[in-house]
Design a protein around this ligand. Structure first.
Ligand code: NAD
Length: 258
């Protein structure tokens, strides 16, 4: 039984009830963690209301806007954690972005701006959030990010997001090496394809899911809840010896050659 009682967990990346971060937040809550949830503001405040309604049953004690490209929102998120919680135990980095134009067709068509935006939001943000979390993790902590096989192998249309995931996975190793002496563990979960808002921007995502359903040892893809279970494990004392790793939660697809 995973027990996260007394742990303060910040979960980023919930957009709706299909989000992987939603699956993770539910499992952390079930394990007893005290949750803080961040959302991405939009002009009309629609996201803020929608996500607030969704997460209400999990009783988050913090609910904050945090656009990872906005320094003032990052600073105010972590200042609020310092003021209200005093310490942070768990950070879930579950966000990524690339323009739809960059997620289909030829990789050589990637624009300079599209490349740097995807890398900034999807990879650099982990470094930035870890820097902000570090002083709040004086008692140690666990940081989990989300990656995909397209950061290791070529997956049609994944394009610049594959480069961002490769950078993200290397971030995990450098961060784990730096933060390990402080007993802060940093790991990634490489999830199998799941239908979400972000994945629907990737050209041919349904074909990818059908392919996994045919080929993966478990003959299916995974659910948000399964990824959430793995995240809860990585955040718990049961995973106290694990850092700097990429854990595949993909119904076994990654081992297959054909
Ligand atoms: N769905 C999949 O098949 C799959 C597979 C492997 C890994 N992942 C990864 O899982 C993570 C979550 O994606 P998802 O599939 O649940 O989709 P999602 O659309 O539900 O979540 C993506 C989140 O990123 C947030 N985001 C985008 N730009 C942001 C910014 N500037 N600041 C803060 N937040 C921002 C969005 O608000 C959204 O909540 C991503 O890192 C994604 O690459 C997804």
């Amino acid at each position: 039984m995973i027990d996260l009682t007394g742990k303060n967990a910040l979960v980023t990346g919930i957009a709706n009830n299909r989000s992987i971060a939603w699956g993770i937040a539910q499992q952390l809550h079930k394990a007893g963690a005290n949750l803080g949830i961040t959302f991405l503001k939009d002009e009309k405040g629609k996201h803020e209301r929608k996500v607030a309604e969704l997460v209400e049953p999990l009783n988050p004690s913090l609910y904050l806007p945090c656009n990872v490209q906005d320094e003032s929102e990052i600073e105010s998120t972590f200042q609020t954690i310092a003021d209200k919680w005093g310490k942070l135990d768990i950070l879930i980095h579950c966000l990524a972005f690339a323009g739809k134009d960059e997620l289909s067709g030829d990789f050589t068509n990637t624009s300079r701006q599209g490349f740097s935006n995807a890398l900034d939001i999807s990879a650099y943000s982990l470094v930035r959030l870890c820097a902000a979390a570090k002083p709040l993790m004086a008692e140690g902590g666990s940081i989990v990010t989300l990656t995909y096989l397209g950061g290791v192998r070529v997956v049609p249309n994944y394009n610049v997001m594959g480069i961002a995931k490769a950078a993200l996975e290397m971030n995990v190793r450098y961060l784990a090496a730096e933060l390990g002496p402080l007993n802060i563990r940093v790991n990634a979960i490489s999830s199998g394809p799941i239908r979400t808002l972000a994945s629907s921007a990737v050209g041919g995502i349904l074909d990818m899911i059908h392919h996994v359903e045919e080929v993966a040892p478990l003959r299916r893809t995974v659910t948000q809840q399964e990824v959430g279970n793995a995240a809860a494990f990585l955040c718990s004392n049961l995973a106290s010896g694990i850092t700097g790793q990429v854990l595949y939660v993909d119904a076994g697809y990654e081992i297959m050659g054909m």
